[in-house]
Each structure stands twice: as structure tokens, then as C-alpha cells.
Ligand binder design. Structure first.
Ligand code: SUG
Length: 445
């Protein structure tokens, strides 16, 4: 049976904006309050999805969430009609209103952790939505994320869905952004790498000083347990706290893996030699490529600025690997010359494709943040909601849908506009029909 990896990209929502919500995420901080373009953002995302589909990849789409989140605002004590709630929040707590308007669910690398059937005890694909407790605006996502995942991966014969971990910083979980899977072939049992920034229960362990470590060791262990993974095929890796303090808020900003290649910056991990030895031992005898980028070639600062490691490494139908990189990598002398050299080295990576995802990059979301990987076989593929899979028809429908519902420009002041609620609900209601999702949003219940 054929085995492959599908990428499910987040469709950018109609309220995409720059609110400076993510301390420790340099781009989010430095673009705070800039005007955004939801329409351009959604189209940039769709272009990337279509391009990967055209390269012969299986490309999926995940629906965005309803924002502004009026339920959260009401829960926080803002009362009256929708218009009143927005007005009061804008006056009394503009920062809370901004957080409740974020389109952050577009970064589906944070939607969930996914373990393919080759790795799990019951032979199903397991999904655990990430609780995203470290940032209030992101902590609003997991429940609806779970609904969307269940609507797309509905068949219980193949897919198992877990509730997100308890909503508490002790179990801070950022999902697949801190999870990589190495394998000889997508359908074979792989080694799952879980990366964490700190320990919640063990005292006196290393942790960053300036910026938050969003993801805990205890969260990693809990997800591995839930998914029924074999402990001999799991490696827990602590992120280097120094790089978190330099703006590496997720591991996918400093390392990325695909099949038998691990591409990483030399400063990415703590105890790197021991980590690599454990990976090698658990991976077994088949060839494994550790592709290390030295600080001399690319500094951590340049990696954070260009998102060299927030690239997708994909295996094309030809078997060759390609890197899907943001345009910012091409614009950097250090990074583009590194990538030019990389494709000539003795590694499986042979091509680089650059994409303009600037609207997302300005909030700290590169190509890899925008996608959730689901390795699957043909039977599992057939069980997926087919209207969530990119095709020429879906691409046309979604572009038309964006043109109809999305604004060209959005500023902070627009977030208090009750019309934005109406527009967003109409758009999402129509989207659930386009994608055959049923009722996944609270306003549809
Ligand atoms: O969680 N940015 C997101 C970016 C997520 C990137 N994902 C991965 N690395 N996988 C975050 O920090 C910024 C929103 C704002 O400031 O308006 C934001 O949420």
C-alpha cells in the first residue's frame, strides 16, 4: 500500500491582524499594530497549498476559527449585545479584545500532535489538540480545533482523537511545532522526537531566563502515553534555553526533520551529542542524515529572522527531498548561500522552492508553522473528508470564497466593528458547506 505524508495547512481567518500578542516571538512583537491584509494572507496561504499539490504532494486544508471570540469576552464579564460586548471590551480592555480577535489558528503546526498508525499501539492515527496555555489568545483554540479535526478525520476505524491536555502551564503543549518524526518510510514505525523547553514538576532544571518556555516535558510524556507509542521509539529532547531567550519560541524555528533527515542548528538542543546518539540507536541501522548548520554559517539571529528552519522538508513523488522556504531566506545572503550549498552536499535534500508568506511571517509564522503533517496510507487517505483535500476545484472555490468575504486591510480599530462578526460568521458558515464539515463552530450549534 502507498504511504505518504500529507500537509494540512491552516486557512487564514478573516480577522488576521498584528496585535503583538506573543512575547518571545520577535516578529509578533516588532509588527504589533501594523495594518494587515487578511485577503492577501489567505491567498498567500492558498498559493503555497496549491503549489505543493501541483508538486504531487497530498495537501489538505484546515478551517480557521471564529473570531472575534465573543464567548470568551462574555466569559470575562463583557455583557449586552454583540455590539455592546465589542464596544465595552475596546474601551475597557483593548488588549483583551485584540487577543480575542487573533487569527492564530492559521498556524496549524500548533493545532495538534499527530502520531501515524505505524507508531501507535492500536494502529490508528492519533490526534491530540494542543492546549496552547502559554498565550491567552492561543488557549482559545483547542476545543474548536478538536471539532475541526474530528470533522476531517471522522472514521473511528482509522482515527483516534484525544481531548487536549489539562489547561494549565504544567502541561503546556504547543503541538507538532515541537514534534518531529524520523522514519525510513512514512508507513514504517518511526522515531518520534518530542521537544520541550522546561520541566514543570522537577525543580532546579535548566530553563530560559528572558522568554517563556511554552512546552513542558510532562506534556510530551502525556501525549506519548495517550498515543500508545513504544518508549523505545520516542526521544525526549530539551531545547537549549539560550536559544529560547533569542526568540526561538518553538523548536520548529531551529530544527526540522523528514524521513531520514534531521536538519538542525548546532545550538538547537541541550546535550546534543547524547540526543543524537539516542536518536541513532532508536532509529536502527538504516541510513540517517544529521544535517547540522553551524553558527558560523548562519547565526541564531539570522535563523530567527529568515526562518531557515521553519521550512518544510518534503519528499516529492520522485523520492527527492525539497525544502519549502519563505522568501526571507532568499533575501538573506548568509541563508541563501547556505541553501545553494546544501543542495550540492551529500544529503537527500536536492531542491529549494521559495514562497511569499509575508503576511504570516510578520506574526512569526513561516511555511512550517502553517502546516500540520499527517503521515498516512491509502486506506487512511480514502477515509479523510475529501473536501478537505486540495484540488483544482477546491482551490478555485476557496479563492472565490476569500474574494467574497475577506477585507483587503484590517487595522486595530476595525476589531471593534460588529460587522466583522457578521462577515466572519457568514464566511465560516459558507466554508463549512464548501468543505463538508457539518457544524463545527459554536455559532452553528
Ligand atoms: O504562537 N504568533 C504565533 C506564531 C506561531 C508559529 N508557529 C510555529 N512556530 N509553529 C505564536 O506566537 C502572533 C499573533 C499576534 O501577535 O497578533 C502569534 O500568535
Amino acid at each position: 500500500m502507498k504511504q505518504f505524508e500529507a500537509n494540512f495547512d491552516g486557512l487564514v481567518g478573516p480577522t488576521h491582524n498584528y496585535a503583538g500578542l506573543s512575547t518571545g516571538n520577535v516578529a509578533s512583537q516588532s509588527n504589533a499594530s501594523n495594518a494587515s491584509s487578511p485577503k492577501q494572507a489567505a491567498k498567500q496561504g492558498l498559493q503555497k497549498m496549491k503549489a505543493l499539490h501541483d508538486l504531487g504532494m497530498v495537501q489538505g486544508v484546515l478551517a480557521p476559527q471564529e473570531r472575534p471570540d465573543l464567548y470568551a469576552l462574555r466569559r470575562l464579564g463583557f455583557t449586552g449585545s454583540d455590539k455592546d460586548v465589542l464596544e465595552k471590551a475596546a474601551k475597557q480592555a483593548p488588549e483583551i479584545l485584540r487577543a480575542c480577535c487573533s487569527a492564530s489558528s492559521m498556524w496549524t503546526a500548533n493545532a495538534a500532535t499527530v502520531s501515524p498508525s505505524g507508531d501507535t499501539l492500536d494502529g490508528k492515527i492519533h490526534f491530540t489538540p494542543a492546549n496552547l496555555t502559554n498565550k491567552f489568545h492561543r488557549s482559545l483554540e483547542p476545543e474548536i480545533t478538536g471539532n475541526i479535526l474530528k470533522a476531517i478525520f471522522a472514521d473511528e476505524k482509522h482515527f483516534a482523537h484525544h481531548q487536549h491536555l489539562p489547561d494549565n502551564e504544567h502541561f503546556g503543549d504547543e503541538g507538532a511545532a515541537n514534534h518531529t518524526r524520523l522514519c525510513a518510510g512514512y508507513g514504517e514505525q518511526g522515531v518520534e522526537l518530542f521537544v520541550y523547553g522546561r520541566y514543570a514538576f522537577k525543580k532546579g532544571m535548566p530553563e530560559p531566563q528572558k522568554y517563556p518556555a511554552r512546552h513542558t516535558y510532562e506534556a510530551c510524556e502525556a501525549v506519548a502515553r495517550l498515543h500508545g507509542l513504544n518508549p523505545n521509539k520516542v526521544v525526549y529532547i530539551q531545547q537549549n534555553p539560550d536559544v529560547i531567550d533569542q526568540g526561538v519560541f518553538h523548536n520548529d524555528v531551529i530544527s526540522v526533520g523528514n524521513q531520514n533527515a534531521l536538519f538542525y542548528h548546532e545550538q538547537a538542543f541541550l546535550n546534543t551529542d547524547a540526543v543524537l546518539a539516542e536518536i541513532q540507536q532508536k532509529f536502527g541501522d538504516s541510513p540517517l542524515h544529521f544535517i547540522k548548520v553551524s553558527t558560523d554559517d548562519v547565526s541564531v539571529e539570522e535563523a530567527v529572522k529568515t526562518y531557515l528552519f521553519n521550512t518544510q522538508i518534503i519528499t516529492k513523488p520522485s523520492g527527492e527531498m525539497a525544502i519549502i522556504a519563505p522568501m526571507e531566506c532568499k533575501e538573506s545572503d548568509a541563508v541563501s548561500s547556505y541553501l545553494d550549498r546544501l543542495v550540492t552536499l551529500d544529503t537527500p535534500i536536492k531542491q529549494v522552492h521559495y514562497f511569499d508568506v509575508k503576511q504570516s511571517m510578520q506574526n512569526g509564522g513561516g511555511p512550517a508553522c502553517l502546516r500540520l503533517r499527517v503521515a498516512m496510507n491509502e486506506a487512511e487517505y480514502n477515509a479523510v473528508n475529501q473536501r478537505a483535500l486540495m484540488s483544482d476545484a477546491l482551490f478555485a472555490d476557496l479563492n472565490q470564497w476569500v474574494d467574497k468575504h475577506y477585507r483587503d486591510v484590517l487595522t486595530e480599530d476595525d476589531l471593534r466593528d460588529p460587522q466583522l462578526v457578521t462577515e466572519s460568521r457568514q464566511a465560516l458558515d459558507e466554508l463549512t458547506q464548501i468543505m463538508n464539515l457539518g457544524s463545527v463552530y459554536t455559532f452553528q450549534k
